[in-house]
Structure formats: structure tokens, C-alpha cells
Design a protein around this ligand. Structure first.
Ligand code: ZN
Length: 134
């Protein structure tokens, strides 16, 4: 069994942005069989797995904007003015652990891995890949 680490740097161009990183991850996998942890090192972003369909991705933004209303004032805004970005990140996840088979992510037909920017635009967002397997 081996453990290997890689990282992906992502520049984002919008306040809310969904970026499909599936092929980037597949290009960096260095094990044949095992698991890969995909982890975002930022508290105003997320990693999720779902379908890459434009209507659905717009629905995700709509849902988050409605769950984390801009009608309220939030405590964190007193120091940083990005409470809603953090709260959306709480609702999602900072990472996913995914199966690897034959050197690639073993996803379902309609599944992709997304980096979600919740407080952009930002330069050099870091996503780490930790691979465990053989
Ligand atoms: Zn903050």
C-alpha cells in the first residue's frame, strides 16, 4: 500500500462558481486501486459530487441563495463581511473520499466532482488529493 499526495490550484472568476475538476483529478491519480481524498483547504468553498447539467447547477445556486438568505444580518459580517459564503460551505462539504479503480475515479455515469467557489473571485484556491492504495 502506498500514500501519494498532489494538489490542484484553481483560479475562480465569479463570486459563485462551480468548476468540474473530474478530469483534473483523473490526470493526477497515481494509484491503480484504492481511495482518493479530495479536500478543499478553504472555509468558503466546497467539494461535491453530482451531475454536470447546467440547469441543475443553476438550481444548486438558487437553493443555497434561498437557504442562506440575504434578508438577515449575520454575526461574522462584523469582522469579515462574508458570513453567507461560510454558511453555504457549512451546508456542503469541504471534501469527498472517492473510490479509484484502474487508475481513475470510479464514479457513476452521471457523476462529476465539483469545486464550488462561494466567495470569489479568488486566486490560487488549493484542493489536495491524498491517494491511498496500490
Ligand atoms: Zn470570513
Amino acid at each position: 500500500m502506498t500514500v501519494k499526495s498532489k494538489s490542484i490550484k484553481i483560479d475562480t472568476s465569479k463570486n459563485f462558481e462551480i468548476i468540474d475538476i473530474t478530469s483534473k483529478i483523473n490526470g493526477l491519480i497515481e494509484i491503480d486501486e484504492g481511495i482518493v481524498s479530495v479536500f478543499s483547504k478553504h472555509s468558503t468553498s466546497a467539494i461535491v459530487v453530482n451531475e454536470n447539467e447546467s440547469g441543475l447547477l443553476a438550481d444548486l445556486e438558487f437553493m443555497l441563495d434561498n437557504l442562506v438568505s440575504d434578508k438577515f444580518s449575520y454575526n461574522h459580517d462584523r469582522i469579515d463581511n462574508n458570513a453567507r459564503s461560510h454558511l453555504k460551505s457549512f451546508l456542503l462539504s469541504s471534501g469527498e473520499t472517492l473510490p479509484v479503480k484502474n487508475g481513475k475515479l470510479d464514479l457513476g455515469t452521471w457523476q462529476s466532482v465539483f469545486f464550488i467557489e462561494l466567495d470569489g473571485p479568488r486566486r490560487s484556491r488549493t484542493v489536495t488529493l491524498t491517494m491511498v492504495g496500490e
